[in-house]
Design a protein. Structure first.
Length: 108
């Protein structure tokens, strides 16, 4: 129970920070919606951890619901790292092309 309260307080902190960033217009509406949805889902997962335990056991997985949530989190992080790598590669290609164009224009 103490862990749930502590996690809830951390989520409240991050949600308040999220609203602050939105108010300062440092994040877009899409980013705000994405992160707000994430934190709401996290709060629901913490609140319903016993039901998640039961659901995980029903499907025959060993371990607890929190382990399942951690596995999902790790998978999501791997996916985000993959997407970031693709974005960085695209930026690198664009920068190379821009550099070529600038160099060719300078020679003229």
């Amino acid at each position: 129970m103490l862990q749930q309260i502590l996690a809830g307080l951390i989520i409240i902190f991050f949600v308040s920070k999220l609203f602050s960033e939105k108010k300062k217009k440092e994040i877009t509406s899409n980013e705000f919606t994405l992160w707000l949805s994430f934190w709401i889902l996290a709060a629901l997962a913490i609140t319903l951890i016993k039901k998640i335990d039961s659901l995980v056991a029903y499907f025959g997985f060993s371990g607890s619901g929190i382990n399942f949530l951690i596995y999902l989190g790790v998978l999501a992080l791997f996916y985000l790292v993959f997407r970031l790598r693709l974005s960085i590669a695209k930026l690198d290609r664009n920068l190379t092309e821009l550099n070529r164009q600038i160099t060719l224009n300078d020679k003229k």
